[in-house]
Design a protein around this ligand. Structure first.
Ligand code: 13P
Length: 252
């Protein structure tokens, strides 16, 4: 049985008090219902991580960051290291998000360095991959995703690979309201599991959690999560509203 995971990516949203309010609301919603077997992760802006970890201590969700430095420490103004995240009890970190690839020119090689930093500090990387619209229209989505994953993850030793979460986020579906169909998501997730199996074998591939991200909502989450290779979601917009996020968690 693979882990079921619903992770929220808040991106660059909310003031401190709004962030606190949303997390308090999530805590209350989680308290009101029976314990869930879904692993819930909230990736807040870095500046709110301390507060989020404090709140999460008495609740059933974990906290993640949205990025990490590719370097261990030193003269990298504005950067946050894996050591720093670890010292704040942050358990997860998104890397290689398409917005970082687009606006900060993050490359597969840098994602590989970030994976190494995170694993060295026992933080679970949530590694994003996904094609842009032109690539899908040219039917190049499999080639693109394979290249992203081989260049950012396939340097890992098998044991390290058991501490990875992959998120497939077709860029054309992010924040557009254009969700991938459950069939498109399943097709890509099965492809990803297949290339991981080719590289690391059946056992590791079978255990790898692969999340879908891109306009996932309370309305479409259940059909996406019902696909055999979709193990949960990486949720942007809908994770900003505690009630919507909760509905997605309960869509399993
Ligand atoms: P949306 O759910 O807003 O489309 O964002 C998805 C995403 O980028 C999560 O990382």
């Amino acid at each position: 049985m693979r882990q079921k995971i619903v992770a929220g990516n808040w991106k660059m949203n909310k003031s401190f008090s709004e962030a606190e309010e949303t997390l308090d609301e999530l805590v209350n919603l989680l308290d009101e219902q029976e314990k869930t077997d879904v692993n819930i992760i909230v990736c807040t802006p870095a500046i709110y991580l301390e507060m989020a970890v404090d709140i999460a201590e008495s609740s059933a969700f974990a906290v993640g960051a949205q990025d990490v430095s590719a370097y261990e420490k030193g003269a990298y103004t504005g950067e946050i290291s894996a050591t720093m995240l670890n010292s704040m009890q942050v358990e997860y970190c998104i890397i290689g998000h398409s917005e970082r690839r687009k606006y900060h020119h993050e490359s597969n090689a840098e994602v590989a360095q970030k994976v190494e930093q995170l694993l060295g500090k026992t933080i679970t990387p949530i590694v994003c991959c996904g094609e842009v619209l032109a690539e899908r229209e040219a039917n190049r989505q499999f080639e693109v995703v394979k290249q992203q994953l081989s260049e950012s993850l396939f340097q890992l030793q098998p044991l390290d690979f058991t501490n990875i979460i992959i998120a497939y986020e077709p860029v054309w579906a992010i924040g557009t309201g254009k969700t991938a169909t459950p069939e498109q998501a399943q097709e890509m997730h099965a492809f990803i599991r297949g290339i991981v199996e080719d590289k690391y074998g059946k056992e590791i591939a079978k255990k790898l959690p692969i999340l879908y991200g891109g306009s996932c909502t309370p309305q479409n989450a259940a059909t996406l999560f019902a696909q055999p290779d979709v193990d949960g979601g990486l949720i942007g917009g809908a994770s900003l509203v505690a009630q919507d996020f909760m509905k997605i968690i309960n869509a399993f």
